[in-house]
Design a protein around this ligand. Structure first.
Ligand SMILES: [Zn+2]
Ligand SMILES: [Zn+2]
Length: 342
């Protein structure tokens, strides 16, 4: 099968072609697994963290990609939930132990044996991939394959972030960074909390205009002071300055949720600017988001179909994955980038 493969950690400021287009043997589904013929795979910022080693794959070569849509081509023994030909999605959660305290409480995203699609096992930048059937999702018919792909991570983890803010209708929400995830969050908030006021902080003019078109009442740079104090904020940027500024923009008792698997190290020294009374006192909270649960993915897919939330998609061929990744690195973003795979 054709695949875009990562062979080693690379520095993306030095190479623009981190992935190699090559032939790999077609995977064989094991007991309880399905073999999926991939038709679309979303491109996520987490791939940059994998390629540059901030959350490194444990072995190489590895096929990245964790927003996978395809159809079942073969089934291992004991598969009961699906039939050959069914359309399914695969998200970042590829498996968890299902026995530990976290798994039993429904917090399988925190499982010590959590395995991530496209990092710990091969993912969707390929013609075929496998997944345990319990970790494959049915996709509402409303969405095309390309539209459905970004719902699986950008959408589902964005939704988890939104829930973790604890926001209520009528409150003020700051979105810091406006990529694939935030554009789905804003569409969800407009429906779920019609009285909410959304402020978007983004570096690029394009992202700010895009946010305005989707209903932000104010947009500015991530360094800007918010015109109104924020009840809650979601940070999807790779930088630390966003955290410092967002904490300053929070109201008393406000909560900042950081939706980033890793932060880059470049501006970490800015944390020394944290001023306790201004940034942290009055019971401000910071919470990170780690991974997703199957419930997050299923809940968001159902909600996205009901609202509906249709992602704005920019399409690339599988062999152009490097181009999509470099554009993401350089923040040339409008909506979600998705690979079409035949
Ligand atoms: Zn992702
Ligand atoms: Zn577990």
């Amino acid at each position: 099968m054709k695949a875009m493969v990562l062979r080693k950690i690379v520095n993306l400021t030095k190479t623009r072609n981190p992935l190699e287009f090559m032939d790999l043997p077609e995977p064989v589904p094991e007991k309880n697994e399905i073999l999926v013929a991939v038709s679309a795979c979303g491109v996520c910022h987490t791939e940059l963290d994998e390629i540059e080693g901030r959350t490194a794959p444990p072995q190489f070569p590895i096929v990245l990609g964790h927003q996978v849509i395809g159809r079942i081509r073969e089934m291992g023994n004991n598969v009961r939930k699906f039939r050959i030909g069914d359309r399914v999605g695969i998200s970042w959660i590829h498996s968890a132990c299902r026995k530990c305290k976290f798994c039993l409480e429904g917090n399988e995203n925190l499982c010590e044996r959590f395995e991530a699609t496209g990092r710990d096992v091969n993912g969707g930048y390929a013609q075929y991939t496998t997944v345990p059937e319990e970790f494959a999702f049915s996709i509402p018919v409303l969405f095309s394959d390309l539209e459905a792909a970004p719902l699986l991570c950008a959408g589902a983890i964005g939704y988890r972030s939104l829930i973790l803010t604890g926001m209520k209708d009528g409150e003020t929400l700051g979105l810091i960074g406006f990529g694939a995830s935030a554009h789905l969050v804003i569409k969800t908030v407009k429906h779920k909390y019609p009285g909410a006021k959304i402020f978007v902080f983004a570096r690029s003019e394009d992202e700010r205009n895009f946010a305005k078109g989707l209903g932000a009442i104010w947009t500015g740079d991530i360094e800007d002071e918010s015109p109104e104090k924020l009840d809650c904020a979601i940070d999807t940027t790779p930088v630390w300055s966003a955290i410092v500024r967002a904490l300053g923009n929070l109201r008393r008792g406000g909560r900042l949720v950081i939706n980033a698997i890793r932060k880059e190290e470049v501006d970490k020294n800015l944390l020394l600017k944290l001023d306790y009374p201004h940034h942290l006192w009055f019971e401000k909270e910071i919470k990170s988001v780690a991974n997703v649960t199957r419930k997050d993915v299923n809940d968001f897919l159902q909600l996205a179909a009901k609202i509906p939330v249709i992602p704005e998609v920019q399409e690339f061929r599988l062999q152009d994955a490097n181009k999509a990744l470099i554009e993401l690195k350089e923040r040339k973003i409008r909506g979600a980038k998705v690979l079409r795979i035949d």
